[in-house]
Design a protein around this ligand. Structure first.
Ligand code: ADP
Length: 699
């Protein structure tokens, strides 16, 4: 049946509408899908771009990392080159400086009396400038090492008193001519510390030398105290002080409060910067308080540096801080017409606390000796008006003056004559300060006893002893054989005057025991016994001189004593210690030759190989070894010496321009017992040589 057309249209229209609606819905869905797709595509594009960016960034990062690594390597290399440069530079600059300082020293010592005062002053200025230059180089080297993190800390148990003493002795140079007293107080619980001794010394030296530089009168005091486990080091002066506004900056590099050309005192401006770095390195702190015109106090605190486990036994008994030995008021009369010698001796002796009087000719010398009765006389031989021999003879023939010890100081070598005239010591000019001071000390401290007088008869013993003392000898007495042996072992007399007939241990027994113990001391037998041929034989074997008591004047004993002592001193003086110096620089050899001349027998070698040959041939008492040597270097040469059983006992002191601690460690590892850095200081060289010559031989 056919539907109504209108209805049909109606239906179609509705259908159409529905379809259209459907289409619209679908179109909308499609549009939405399309939009979302586009959005996703957009996101993808963004992500892609971001990935690309990231890749690029990663590439850039990798590249810059590479550049950084490259740069780090370059920096490391530059630091290494800098250190190497500084080490070489210091080596290279020390060598000519060594020459400048050494030759100035020699000129002053050898030609000093012929130079005009102007010339001497100019030379001193050259020397002091060279020293400043050296100090600057050392400071720069030290600081650069700490900054490069290459300074190592080696903690060990340290005896503080000798260390402080050494530092004070060094800065005393700077205090010459100033009225500044130095004092040091070390509390009993810090006579031993646990820290790096070289670093502690560097701290003390820097602070003390600043104190010395900036103080014209008053005191410079160094105190060591313990606070818990911390070591408190205080350096206090009564000097110029530091303005408050400058205090925060004084530890900066190259910072000087008065850094203008008007500065009175020299300096590099690096001292305190180094102090701060070293204190940091030791894990400590530093404080300063100062008041203008009144002085400054630097206080260092080093935690853990008081070594509780190694507290010394004597710490328990000592209650007071240990003061350093103070100088005595011993008077020394210097009889010398040379103003330079007068000046030198005065400086060296006054610094040690002696009172010094000066006489400019022989007559003046005798007058002053009579008027002021000095404790010791230092006498030159060539003197105006009355020469030294006449002065000596006069002194020794005057009962009031005969007991004053006389030390002859001359350019000539006439020991035997001087001793037989009654001098107690003979020094050939130039003399280094240490030796001079120790000779003067020995001369005025008769405690050690030159002659041991052994007799059981009180009257005889006292008479002999008194007469010997009047003749200028010092004596120790013993009442019997046993006491004689005990005393001889302790005081090591230069001579024994021995009675034969004594109770228990008699003179023969004493003599036998002395010889059996290896004591080669001269013995003078003073006896009332009539000697049998057997007695005589025993005494002859014991190498004695014999004086019979009956009817023999005491002068005879004294003459014999003098002869024996002269013989011994001449013998001792003739035996100069033998030193081998291995060094390729002729200039350094020349300086050391002149430094050691007169006091030592010097042998030389120009390289390690030659050094080894000479050591084997001459077996010297000590070897001074340069380290940078042609053919076999000093380290290797020392190793070979120490590997040789016949030579290993010889102390080897390294003497080199290598300032670095590693070189020092290598030298010690090779077997060197000590290390001296060029430029070589004459006094330091001699002190070091003497120290090792005196030390017992290590097995
Ligand atoms: P310098 O080599 O100039 O002494 P430092 O770094 O040791 O260099 O000291 C820096 C400055 O600090 C000095 O120039 C000085 O002005 C001042 N100073 C340091 N110690 C003292 C002191 N004990 N008394 C007065 N001033 C001092």
């Amino acid at each position: 049946m056919i539907a109504d057309p209108a209805q049909r249209v109606e239906e179609l229209l509705a259908e159409n509408k529905r379809l259209k609606q459907e289409l619209d819905a679908k179109t909308a869905t499609a549009a939405r899908a399309m939009a979302s797709f586009q959005q996703r595509a957009l996101l993808m594009e963004i992500t892609r771009q971001q990935n690309e960016d990231l890749d690029r960034l990663a590439g850039e990062l990798a590249r810059s990392k590479k550049v950084e690594e490259e740069r780090a390597r370059e920096i490391e290399e530059a630091a290494r080159l800098k250190s190497e440069f500084l080490a070489n530079f210091s080596h290279e600059i020390r060598t000519p400086l060594n020459g400048i300082l050494g030759y100035c020293d020699l000129l002053l010592r050898e030609e000093g009396s012929r130079l005009t005062p102007h010339g001497r002053r100019d030379l001193s200025i050259i020397k002091s400038n060279a020293r400043t230059l050296l100090a600057l180089i050392n400071d720069i080297l030290d600081l650069s090492k700490i900054e490069a993190g290459r300074a190592e800390v080696i903690r060990e148990s340290v005896e503080t008193v000798p260390l402080v003493e050494e530092c004070l002795a060094t800065v005393k140079e700077l205090l010459k001519g100033k009225e500044v007293e130095t004092r040091c107080q070390v509390a009993p619980d810090c006579v031993r510390a646990f820290t790096d001794p070289l670093k502690l010394k560097q701290l003390l030296l820097n602070l003390l030398s600043n104190g010395a530089k900036f103080t014209d009168a008053g005191e410079l005091v160094c105190t060591l105290e313990a606070d818990g486990g911390a070591l408190i080091v205080r350096v206090e002066d009564t000097g110029a002080g530091i303005p408050p506004d400058q205090l925060p900056f004084i530890f900066d590099k190259f910072r000087q409060v008065d850094g203008t050309s008007r500065r009175r005192v020299g300096g590099t401006g690096l001292g305190l910067a180094i102090v701060r770095e070293v204190v940091n390195l030791l894990g400590g702190t530093i404080d300063v308080t100062s008041s203008l015109g009144r002085g400054s106090t630097f206080t260092i605190r080093l935690p853990g540096a008081v070594d509780a486990s190694t507290l010394p036994l004597h710490a328990a008994t000592a209650e007071e801080p240990v003061p350093l030995p103070a100088g005595t008021t011993t008077t020394v009369l210097v009889v010398d017409d040379d103003p330079l010698i007068q000046h030198l001796l005065r400086g060296q002796l006054e610094q040690e606390g002696f009172r010094v009087l000066v006489a400019v000719d022989g007559i003046d010398g005798l007058t002053m000796a009579r008027e002021s009765r000095p404790n010791v006389i230092i006498l030159d031989i060539h003197l105006p008006k009355l020469d030294g021999w006449q002065v000596l003879a006069e002194l020794k023939s005057d009962p009031a003056l005969v007991n004053i010890p006389v030390v002859i100081l001359s350019v000539e070598e006439q020991r035997a004559r001087a001793f037989s005239f009654g001098a107690c010591e003979y020094i050939v000019k130039p003399v280094e300060p240490d030796r001079l001071v120790s000779i003067v000390r020995r001369a005025v401290q008769p405690g050690a006893g030159d002659i041991l007088v052994v007799d059981d008869d009180d009257d005889t013993r006292e008479m002999v002893s008194r007469n010997l003392r009047r003749a200028g000898f010092t004596t120790v007495e013993a009442r019997d054989g046993e006491e004689a042996l005990l005393r001889a072992r302790v005081v090591k007399p230069s001579m024994v005057i021995l009675d034969l007939l004594m109770p228990r241990i008699d003179g023969f027994e004493v003599l036998r025991t002395l010889r059996a113990e290896g004591q080669d001391v001269p013995v003078l037998v003073l006896t009332g016994k009539s000697l049998t041929p057997e007695d005589q034989a025993i005494l002859k074997e014991g190498l004695v001189r014999i004086v019979t008591k009956d009817g023999v004047a005491i002068e005879h004993v004294i003459r014999e004593a003098r002869k024996a002592l002269v013989a011994r001193r001449v013998l001792e003086a003739a035996k100069l210690p033998r030193i081998l110096y291995v060094e390729d620089s002729p200039q350094n050899r020349d300086i050391v030759r002149r430094y050691l001349g007169g006091d030592f027998d010097l042998y030389e070698a120009e390289d390690g190989e030659h050094g080894l040959e000479r050591a084997a041939r001459d077996t010297p008492d000590l070897i001074l070894m340069d380290l940078s040597l042609p053919r076999i270097d000093g380290w290797e040469a020392t190793r070979r010496l120490k590997a040789n059983a016949a030579l290993r006992h010889i102390p080897v002191v390294a003497l080199t321009a290598h300032a670095a601690r590693e070189d020092q460690a290598r030298a010690r590892a090779a077997g060197c017992c000590d290390y001296l850095t060029k430029p070589i200081e004459r006094d330091q060289l001699l002190t070091t040589i003497r120290k090792h010559l005196a030390a017992p031989v290590a097995s």
